[in-house]
Design a protein around this ligand. Structure first.
Ligand code: ZN
Length: 190
């Protein structure tokens, strides 16, 4: 009996440390949130509203994308891109504000392609969990690949902080998220 008790104690400790009780609903199917995203649901107060957003000038957007971010972040990004150009470095904004419902559409599309939810959320944040919903996150693109080895990334690594932009998931970060050299967040003077 005592051994059985010890077994249950270990079993429950083990399952407690791994369980995330957060779930999301997509088309009336409930999906469990994995350890990478667990506890990172964005407070709805922090989600940008349309009146908080400004459109980045077309010349600084990837292809014909229309990209919106918070107005203060847009002003800082414009200054940063101009400073880079003065150093002969060119990059564009590839993704800015994404609403939780847009995030849900992105996931739905990938589920329809036959991917599992676990596979999808390795690269796309679950709706409500993406930093892009705050309006302060920006994915940056350039014309050379991979981004981590580009002149743009090298320039950003040196100068972006002075414009208020910081890498959210730097190399070797402790968040369980892999390195995303193109994903930057505007924190201002913080
Ligand atoms: Zn991103």
């Amino acid at each position: 009996m005592r051994y059985l008790f010890i077994f249950f104690l270990f079993f429950s400790l083990f399952s407690l440390s791994n369980a995330c009780d957060e779930t999301i609903m997509i088309d009336s199917v409930e999906y469990s949130i994995d350890d990478v995203w667990c506890g990172k649901l964005i407070d709805t107060m922090l989600i940008a509203k349309y009146e908080d957003l400004s459109r980045i000038s077309d010349s600084l957007c990837f292809k014909d994308y229309r990209i919106y971010i918070r107005t203060d972040a847009k002003i800082a990004f414009t200054k940063m891109a101009q400073a880079a150009l003065a150093d002969s470095v060119f990059f564009t904004a590839k993704s800015g504000f994404r609403s939780p419902s847009y995030q849900k559409q992105m996931i739905k599309r990938r589920l329809e392609e036959g991917k599992t939810f676990a596979e999808v959320i390795r690269f796309v944040a679950p709706p409500g969990y993406s930093g892009h919903s705050t309006g302060y996150s920006l994915d940056i693109a350039t014309d050379s690949y991979p981004f981590a080895k580009s002149k743009a990334y090298e320039w950003l690594s040196v100068h972006a902080n002075s414009f208020g932009f910081f890498e959210t998931y730097p190399k070797g970060n402790k968040t369980l998220k892999t390195w995303e050299p193109w994903h930057w967040e505007y924190l201002g003077d913080e």
